[in-house]
Design a protein around this ligand. Structure first.
Ligand SMILES: Cc1ncc(COP(=O)(O)O)c(C=O)c1O
Length: 495
């Protein structure tokens, strides 16, 4: 039974719009369902004391939005089924802001238990210290501070964790006297906040090439020009950096001196010192991403840029994500107090503050000594996995391949001999249940078709060996068939 709409001639909104709104709401709310008949225009106009054209205009609008359909001689009927997003008069695709980010094909994600995925730079689930985590949770929730932790807190983060992180940075000679800490939802949010604070659309930022896409995309999204500084076997190419600093006059430089993602390379000490001199000479702030810093498996630890910085131009970001529990989303920024104050303002407008329970549990995990013990286990496991991946590359990659020799972290970079294309070969690997991320995923300005990233830290040595054996045989077959092709058909002249 259709009730009659109540229209109000005193309103500014024309009567046909009021009528249209009335039926639209009836249909979208499901009070009028698909197939129900609505009164013919003449009948409704009579009942409401309106001109028939007014009713017809309302029906026309409803019809253009696909909410009703008129059938000659039979009247109008509701088209859509109650609440259905397909009936929404909004064209959502037109409402969505342009992401500005060049499309990067979604990486192949394998989910079966026997799949071997080299795609993700994250710690292995089976290495999570779950008992210690449960104990830390129980202690926090059962402790005297539980109510305070569950209450709204400060945008800068949970005070006791901030004090712990700052104290640790001071003991390790990382922090300058006026430095402070803000806790973020991982390094990803740290990058996002720093982009907003330190750059505006049209500025230029220098980053490594290849680079972690989550960093590149934060800046591109904001309309900032991202210029890549090539990374070689020894990390960032300093001669190229020098040229680019002079030519591009960048607002910011972002670097990962320890075990860079995706190449796994480490910037040697003299290069760190030169980089800082260059940045100081150009008045260039540097963001040091030290997310992998704790995961050193070989060689002596090198001082961070933050520790070497005598000019006060380095902002350091770190995170618990690579050591353990990336799902807790806890990272932090160490920077001059004035920078931290402004970041706290920005963070407040973003998410008020990061989750305090995660912060409190990680603090308990650290203060109880469980974190240090876990770090030792992660470094042992990482060292074993690094040895396994290096040995498997040696055994299985085709002659003429190049790969980096990381001293820590989670990633290793491979370049296949020309003209092999890592993107093309990925499909074959996925069919054999092995995956990796092709180089184009990390490119800034230099596409490197033969390159790909192997994230080894999440896989057991056995899986690493098996995965590389499979990849090696796919690559070898491709090379052999390429040789055949090249022998059969001489390459045409390039014109
Ligand atoms: C270089 C780099 N920066 C930042 C991130 C994001 O880390 P988080 O989990 O702390 O947000 C990652 C994650 O892979 C990374 O590799």
């Amino acid at each position: 039974m259709v009730t009659l709409p109540q229209l109000d001639t005193a309103l500014e909104e024309p009567l046909y719009r009021q009528l249209y709104q009335y039926y639209r709401e009836e249909i979208l709310s499901g009070r009028l369902s698909r197939g129900e008949r609505i009164p013919p225009t003449r009948e409704l106009a009579g009942q409401l004391g309106l001109n028939r054209a007014t009713v017809a205009s309302a029906y026309e609008l409803l019809e253009t939005e696909g909410l009703i359909r008129g059938h000659v001689g039979r009247g109008s009927f509701v088209e859509g089924p109650g609440v259905d997003v397909a009936l929404s008069p909004l064209s959502w695709p037109e409402r969505l802001a342009d992401p500005l980010i060049a499309e990067t094909a979604t990486p192949a994600l394998l989910s079966s238990a026997d799949a071997i995925s080299f795609t993700s730079a994250r710690p292995a689930d089976e290495l999570f210290p779950l008992d210690e985590f449960r104990a830390s949770c129980a202690e926090v929730i059962g402790g005297a501070q539980a109510a305070e932790i569950l209450q709204l807190g400060s945008p800068q983060g949970f005070g006791p964790l901030r004090a712990h992180l700052l104290g640790q940075a001071r003991r390790q000679d990382q922090a300058r006297p006026a430095d402070d800490v803000i806790v973020t939802s991982g390094c990803q949010q740290a990058l996002d906040l720093l982009q907003r604070l330190l750059t505006t659309a049209g500025d230029t930022v220098l980053v490594e090439d290849p680079v972690y896409p989550g960093l590149r995309n934060v800046f591109i999204r904001a309309g900032v020009r991202v210029v890549g500084v090539p990374v070689g076997a020894q990390g960032l190419d300093l001669e190229a950096l020098d040229r680019l600093v002079a030519r591009e006059r960048p607002r910011l430089l972002v670097v990962t001196p320890n075990f860079q993602n995706p190449t796994g390379t480490t910037l040697p000490l003299p290069a760190r010192e030169s980089l800082l001199r260059m940045a100081a000479g150009a008045g260039l702030p540097v963001v040091e991403n030290d997310i992998y810093g704790e995961l050193r498996y070989q060689g002596e630890a090198l001082p961070t840029l933050k520790a070497l910085d005598s000019a006060g131009l380095v902002v350091q970001i770190k995170s618990f994500s690579k050591i353990t529990f990336p799902g807790l989303r806890v990272g932090w920024i160490l920077a001059p107090g004035i920078v931290i104050e402004r970041l706290a303002e920005l963070k407040q407008w973003t998410d008020l503050h990061s989750d305090q329970l995660s912060q409190a549990v990680l603090l308990r995990f650290a203060e109880s000594g469980r974190l240090a013990a876990h770090c030792r286990r992660m470094v042992e496991a990482g060292a074993e996995r690094l040895r396994a991946v290096l040995a498997a590359c040696e055994r299985h990659l085709p002659g003429g391949s190049y790969w980096t020799r990381p001293q820590g972290g989670m990633n290793l970079w491979v370049r296949l001999p020309e003209p092999m294309d890592a993107s093309d070969l990925l499909g074959r690997a996925v069919r054999e249940n092995v995956s990796y991320l092709p180089g184009r995923y990390f490119a800034v300005g230099r596409p490197d078709p033969g390159a790909f990233r192997l994230s080894f830290a999440g896989l057991t040595p056995e899986k690493i060996e098996k995965g590389l054996r499979i990849l090696g045989s796919i690559f070898e077959k491709d090379r052999a068939s390429g040789r055949e092709l090249r022998r059969g058909a001489p390459a045409p002249a390039i014109v």
